[in-house]
Design a protein around this ligand. Structure first.
Ligand code: CP
Length: 303
């Protein structure tokens, strides 16, 4: 059984094939409309989601398959005390593939130890990883930049808790001459564990967005992750530390792109949305196509 728990579960060659498939689905959607006929996706979301859940479910629907699941842990029997493992062993009897989001780091990996037939896709585990967001992000980068090598990427905001950032840094670190600029307040710096995986001279750290933006090929903005804070007061103090507006974007290169996994709270002004460098809604659209390609790949299906 093939799972996707963290971004490096796929080699860069496998990723290229996945993105080629996603591109073909974008160009020829009708070719794929019955590929998953007779297959069932379990969509188990123990944490809130708009994009990830709906894009997974739409992806399966567009491939001709069916979806079961829940979007609120309170309606599952875990609320009566059932363990995650027992829940998944039960769902394995009903579904062919499962996308799961869970608040605990490592929940998806734990699940793989007990399952025999049902591939697990990690749709976000705590502050740890979000590999299908990474697939979304990489497809977006490939579309707008045409390459993964020789890019300078600024990650701005909550680098401590931002699992989409942790996963994308891991994924981009496999390409040549990628430079990372980690832009955050002191309290929300990139965790040491992720920095320790990077070549020493491949990253810099700063709290100066205006001073950093002019050299970037990609600016990846992120929300301060309210749900991971112990102190509400600390969240309120940090939540608006960076706000990207038109004035700051004017300092950037003409071909820089602004990405954001969404949801946005206040960190990008609405006046930025009309700038052609703002690609975050297109990014969310790529998420559906890449999840279609992923479901097909993990189920071993072809059009
Ligand atoms: N990007 C992302 O994971 O969004 P949702 O939380 O809405 O799924």
């Amino acid at each position: 059984v093939r799972n996707l728990i963290e971004p490096r579960d796929f080699t860069t060659e496998e990723l290229s094939r996945l993105f080629d498939l996603a591109d073909d689905i974008i160009s020829n959607p009708r070719k794929y409309m019955d590929v998953c006929k007779g297959y069932v996706l379990a969509s188990l979301f123990f944490e809130p989601s708009t994009r990830t859940r709906l894009s997974f479910e739409t992806a399966m629907n567009r491939l001709g398959g069916r979806v079961v699941g829940f979007s609120d842990a309170k309606v599952s029997s875990t609320s009566k005390g059932e363990s995650l493992v027992d829940t998944l062993r039960t769902v394995e009897n009903y579904a062919d593939i499962c996308a799961m989001r869970h608040p605990k780091d490592g929940a998806a990996l734990l699940a793989t130890k007990y399952l025999k037939t049902m591939p697990i896709i990690n749709a976000g585990d705590g502050a740890h990883n979000h590999p299908t967001q990474t697939l979304t992000d990489l497809l977006t980068i490939r579309h707008y930049k045409g390459r993964f090598d020789n890019l300078k990427i600024g990650f701005c905001g909550d680098l401590k808790f931002g699992r989409t950032i942790h996963s994308l840094v891991r994924a981009m670190n496999r390409y040549d001459n990628v430079k990372f600029v980690f832009i955050s307040p002191e309290e929300l710096k990139m965790p040491k564990i992720f920095k320790s995986e990077l070549p020493e001279n491949s990253y810099t750290e700063t709290d100066d967005l205006e001073g950093s933006i002019k050299d970037l090929d990609i600016l990846y903005m992120s929300r301060v992750q309210k749900e991971r804070f112990v102190s509400e007061e600390e969240y309120v103090r940090l939540k608006d530390f960076f706000i990207l507006n038109k004035e700051k974007l004017d300092l950037a290169k003409k071909d820089m792109i602004v990405m954001h996994p969404l949801p946005r709270v206040n960190e990008i002004s609405y006046d930025v949305d009309d700038d052609e460098r703002a690609v975050y809604f297109q990014q969310a659209k790529f998420g559906m196509y890449v999840r279609m390609a992923l479901i097909m790949t993990l189920l071993g299906l072809e059009a």
